[in-house]
Write a protein that binds this ligand. Structure first.
Ligand code: NAI
Ligand code: MG
Length: 357
C-alpha cells in the first residue's frame, strides 16, 4: 500500500528543515518497509503570494484532498505579506476544510535540552495537550454595533456543540487509555464561564463512563497554567477547548526548552480528509538562510505522521534516534540553539543514520 504525502515547505526555515524531515521519513520508511510517495507544492508560501496574489491556488482542495497526509514546514514572511493574510490564507484553510478537529502536541523534556524549569530532567515532563481545533471560543458569531460612538457594543459568542466536543473528548480518552498512566486532565473554568464550561464538564464525565480504566481530574484554567510550571510531572493527557488549548499548547512545549524541537499534528482522526503535521515554530526570519535551524521539530512531526498512518514502531524509531543523538551531545553535530556548532544538515544526517540502525 502506497501512502501519498504532500510536502509544503512554505517560508524561511521551513524550506531548510523540510529536507531533513523528509530524510528522516525516508530512513524510517526503508527500515520498516513502508511505501511513501511524495509530491512537493510551492503554494502555501509568501513567495507564491507575491507571484499570484493569493496563498493557495483556487483548486487546492481538489488537489490535496486525496493525499494521506500533509507535511508542512512553516508559513509567514511579514516583510512580504502580513501575518494574518499568510496564516488565514493557508494553514487555517487546511485546518477548517479538512476538518482537522484535534490539535495534538506532545510536551516532552528531551535529553541534552535544558528546561527553563529548575531541576527538571528527562522523564519528568512527558504529556500531550489535546486541543479542540474547530469551534469553541474561536467562532465567527458576533459583531459590532454603534461603531465609533459612545454606544459601541462588541460581542463574540462561544460556540460548543455536542458533536464537536464529544469527538475531541473521545480522541483524548482513547489516547489516555493507550498510555501507561491512563490519566486525563480536563481544562475548565466552570466557576467563571458558568454556561458553556459546566456543560463541558458534563460531557467530560459522560464520555468517561465509556473509559472505566482512565482516571480523570479537572482544573480551572488559571490554576492549571500554574500547575504546568510547578508540577509538569502530574500530567499525562490534557484536553481543552480551543482557546484554553491554544494557551496550554504553547506553555507545555515552552516548559521543555527550545521551541525548535516541538512538533504538532492537526488531525482528522476519522480519515475523511488528510491530517497535517508541522513543527510548532514559525519561519524564523532572524536565522533563515543560514542553515542553522534545528530540524527536530520537523523530524518529530514526521514521526507523528507515521504513527497516524498506522506505523507506531517507525514513529518511535525516529523519536529514539533523535533522543540518542541529543543524549550523545556532540557539539559539532548539534545546532546552535541547543549549544552546538553544527548545521541543520549535520543534525538531520546524524538522526537519519540512527534511524537506519
Ligand atoms: P518563530 O517560531 O519563527 O521564531 C521565534 C524565535 O525562535 C526566533 O528567534 C527563531 O530564530 C527561533 N526559532 C524558531 N524555530 C527555530 C528552530 N527550528 N531552530 C532554532 N531556532 C528557532 O516565531 P516568530 O518570529 O514569531 O514568527 C516568524 C514568522 O513565522 C511569522 O510570519 C509568523 O506568523 C510565522 N509563524 C508561523 C507558524 C506556523 O507556520 N505554524 C507558527 C508561528 C509563527
Ligand atoms: Mg498558539
Amino acid at each position: 500500500m502506497t501512502h501519498r504525502i504532500a510536502i509544503i515547505p512554505g517560508d524561511g526555515i521551513g524550506t531548510e528543515v523540510m529536507p531533513e524531515g523528509v530524510r528522516a521519513l525516508e530512513a524510517a520508511a526503508r527500515r520498516f518497509a513502508i511505501d511513501l510517495e511524495y509530491q512537493t507544492f510551492e503554494f502555501g508560501s509568501c513567495d507564491y503570494y507575491v507571484e499570484h496574489g493569493q496563498m493557495l491556488p483556487d483548486d487546492w482542495f481538489e488537489r490535496l484532498k486525496g493525499f494521506d497526509a500533509l507535511f508542512y514546514g512553516a508559513v509567514g514572511w511579514p516583510e512580504k505579506v502580513p501575518d494574518h493574510i499568510s496564516l488565514w490564507g493557508s494553514l487555517l484553510q487546511f485546518r477548517r476544510r479538512f476538518d482537522q478537529y484535534v490539535n495534538l502536541r506532545p510536551c516532552r523534556l528531551l535529553p541534552g535540552i535544558q528546561s527553563p524549569l529548575a531541576d527538571r530532567k528527562p522523564g519528568d515532563i512527558d504529556f500531550y495537550v489535546v486541543r479542540e481545533n474547530t469551534e469553541g471560543e474561536y467562532s465567527s458569531v458576533g459583531g459590532r454595533m454603534f461603531e465609533g460612538t459612545e454606544r459601541e457594543v462588541v460581542i463574540q459568542e462561544t460556540v460548543m456543540t455536542r458533536h464537536g466536543v464529544d469527538r475531541v473528548l473521545k480522541f483524548a480518552y482513547d489516547l489516555a487509555q493507550s498510555r501507561p498512566r491512563k490519566t486525563l486532565t480536563s481544562a475548565t473554568k466552570s466557576n467563571g464561564i458558568a454556561i458553556t464550561m459546566p456543560w463541558w464538564d458534563e460531557r467530560v464525565a459522560a464520555m468517561g463512563a465509556n473509559y472505566p480504566e482512565v482516571s480523570v481530574d479537572q482544573f480551572h484554567i488559571d490554576i492549571l497554567t500554574a500547575h504546568f510550571v510547578m508540577h509538569p510531572d502530574w500530567f499525562d493527557v490534557v484536553v481543552a477547548s480551543n482557546l484554553f488549548g491554544d494557551i496550554l499548547s504553547d506553555l507545555g512545549p515552552a516548559c521543555t526548552g527550545t521551541i525548535g524541537v516541538a512538533p504538532s499534528a492537526n488531525l482528522n482522526p476519522d480519515g475523511t480528509f488528510p491530517s497535517l503535521f508541522e513543527p510548532v515554530h514559525g519561519s524564523a526570519p532572524d536565522i533563515a538562510g543560514r542553515g542553522i535551524a534545528n530540524p527536530i521539530g520537523q523530524i518529530w512531526s514526521g514521526a507523528m505522521l507515521l504513527e497516524h498512518l498506522g506505523y507506531p514502531e517507525a514513529g518511535q524509531a525516529i523519536v529514539k534516534a533523535f533522543e540518542a543523538v541529543l543524549a550523545e551531545g556532540e557539539v559539532a553535530v548539534l545546532t546552535p540553539d541547543i549549544g552546538g556548532t553544527g548545521t541543520t544538515e549535520s543534525l538531520g544526517r546524524a538522526i537519519a543514520e540512527r534511524i537506519a540502525g
